[in-house]
Design a protein around this ligand. Structure first.
Ligand code: IPM
Ligand code: MN
Length: 372
C-alpha cells in the first residue's frame, strides 16, 4: 500500500517520540512491502517561533493532501504560564482537528500483564481492564464562544452541542461496542447541563438501532471515581470533548504510564494519530520520554488503513519490549534505556509472523530446524 503521511512533531518531546514511531513505520514498510512517503511540517510553539502562526497554511495544506497525519505534542511552559498570551501552541492542534473535521478521538486503555505492578492501583482492581474512550473532538466547550469583559474580570466559555455532532460519534461508539463487550457508557453531567441532557436524548434514541448493545449513563464526577474503584465495568465510553480529555488522562493511571496511551482522531475523510500525553517540556532533549504512545498511535494508523497484520506486528514488538523490561524510566525508574534505544528495539523486533512461521515450517521440513 502507498500512503502519504504528514509528520507534525510539535513541541517538547513531540519530535523525539514521533521519530521512534517513524522508525517503526519504516520497519513495517520493509517487512511488509509497503511504500510510505513522509513529509515534515511545523506546528505549535515551534511554528509560532518560526512563522508567528501555530498552524501555518503550509502545514494545513500538507495535512489536507496527505492520507494521514502523525502528530507529536504541542505546548510549552512559556505559554502555559502566560494567561495573556494572544496566540497559543494548542490553538494549532485545535484548528487542525477542526479543519480536518476529526470529530472522534478514540483512546484505548488496557493493562499489560508485565506492567501490572507499575500502576499505583491495586492489581485486583486493574487486572483485565480493556476499555476504549470515544471522545468528541471538534465541539463543546473547547470550541464554543469565548468572552472576557473589558475590565478583564469576568470570562466565559460556551459549551454547545448539536444533535448532529452527538449523533455521528455516538454511531461510531455503538459500532465499536458491537465488536467488543457490547456496552456503551455515556459520561455526562445531565443533572446540571442542558448540553448533557441533549447528549442523553440523542444517544438513547440512537441506541435503539443497536439492540445488542447495553447503554449505561454515569455523571462525570461519579465516573471519575468509578474509574479508580472498578474500571473493569467499562467497555466503550462515549463522552464530550472536555470530559473525555479529563477521564482519559485519569484512565492512563491504570495502564501504568500516560506514556503508553495512543489515540486516533477520525473524521469522515481524514485521520490523525497522536499520543494522548502533552509535550512534557521538562524531558525535552533528555532521551527519557516514553515512545510507546507514539508507536502505538502509528499502529492505530496502520489499522485505520486495514493493515491489521502490520498493526499486530507493532503491538507484538511493543509487548516484547515490555516483557523484556526494555522500557523508559517512567515505567522503570532504574532503567538505563532511553527513548531512542527503546524505539530502535521495538522497530527492530517488528516481524511478519506469517513469514516467521513459514520459514520455520520449511526448515522443519528440510530437517534443518534448530527447534526441538
Ligand atoms: C489532549 C491534549 C489537548 C487537548 C491539548 C494539548 C490541546 O490535552 O489531546 O488530550 O486538551 O485536547
Ligand atoms: Mn489531554
Amino acid at each position: 500500500m502507498n500512503l502519504k503521511i504528514a509528520l507534525l512533531g510539535g513541541d517538547g518531546v513531540g519530535p523525539e517520540v514521533l521519530a521512534q514511531a517513524v522508525k517503526c513505520l519504516q520497519s513495517v514498510e520493509t517487512t511488509f512491502n509497503h511504500h510510505f512517503t513522509f513529509s515534515y511540517a511545523l506546528v505549535g510553539a515551534a511554528a509560532i517561533d518560526q512563522t508567528g502562526n501555530p498552524l501555518p497554511d503550509k502545514t494545513l495544506e500538507l495535512c489536507k493532501n496527505s492520507d494521514a497525519v502523525l502528530f507529536g505534542a504541542v505546548g510549552t511552559p512559556k505559554y502555559d504560564n502566560d494567561p495573556n498570551a494572544k496566540i497559543r501552541p494548542e490553538d494549532g492542534l485545535l484548528k487542525l482537528r477542526k479543519e480536518l473535521t476529526l470529530f472522534s478521538n478514540i483512546r484505548p486503555v488496557k493493562v499489560y500483564t508485565s506492567l501490572i505492578d507499575r500502576s499505583p492501583l491495586k492489581k485486583e482492581i486493574i487486572s483485565g481492564v480493556d476499555l476504549i474512550i470515544y471522545r468528541e473532538l471538534t465541539g463543546g466547550i473547547y470550541f464554543g464562544e469565548k468572552k472576557m469583559n473589558d475590565a478583564g474580570t469576568v470570562a466565559s466559555d460556551l459549551c454547545e452541542y448539536s444533535e448532529k455532532e452527538i449523533g455521528r460519534i455516538a454511531h461510531l461508539a455503538f459500532k465499536a461496542a458491537k465488536n467488543r463487550k457490547e456496552k456503551v457508557t455515556l459520561i455526562d453531567k445531565a443533572n446540571i447541563l442542558e448540553s448533557s441532557r441533549l447528549w442523553r436524548k440523542v444517544v438513547t434514541k440512537i441506541s435503539e438501532s443497536y439492540p445488542e448493545v447495553t447503554l449505561d449513563f454515569l455523571f462525570i464526577d461519579n465516573a471519575a471515581m468509578q474509574m479508580m474503584l472498578n474500571p473493569s465495568q467499562f467497555d466503550v465510553i462515549l463522552t464530550s470533548n472536555m470530559f473525555g480529555d479529563i477521564i482519559s488522562e485519569e484512565a492512563s493511571v491504570i495502564s501504568g504510564s500516560i506514556g503508553l496511551l495512543a489515540s486516533a482522531s477520525i473524521g469522515s475523510e481524514k485521520a490523525m494519530f497522536e499520543p494522548i500525553h502533552r509535550s512534557y517540556a521538562e524531558a525535552e532533549g533528555k532521551d527519557i520520554a516514553n515512545p510507546i504512545a507514539a508507536i502505538l498511535s502509528a499502529a492505530m494508523l496502520l489499522e485505520h488503513f486495514g493493515l491489521n497484520e502490520e498493526a499486530h506486528s507493532v503491538h507484538l514488538a511493543v509487548e516484547n519490549a515490555l516483557n523484556n523490561n526494555v522500557v523508559t524510566p517512567d515505567l522503570n525508574p532504574k532503567s538505563k534505556f532511553g527513548t531512542n534505544y527503546v524505539g530502535d528495539y521495538i522497530a527492530n523486533s517488528i516481524v511478519d509472523t506469517d513469514d516467521f512461521l513459514n520459514l520455520n515450517d520449511e526448515n522443519i521440513g528440510l530437517g534443518r530446524s534448530t527447534i526441538i
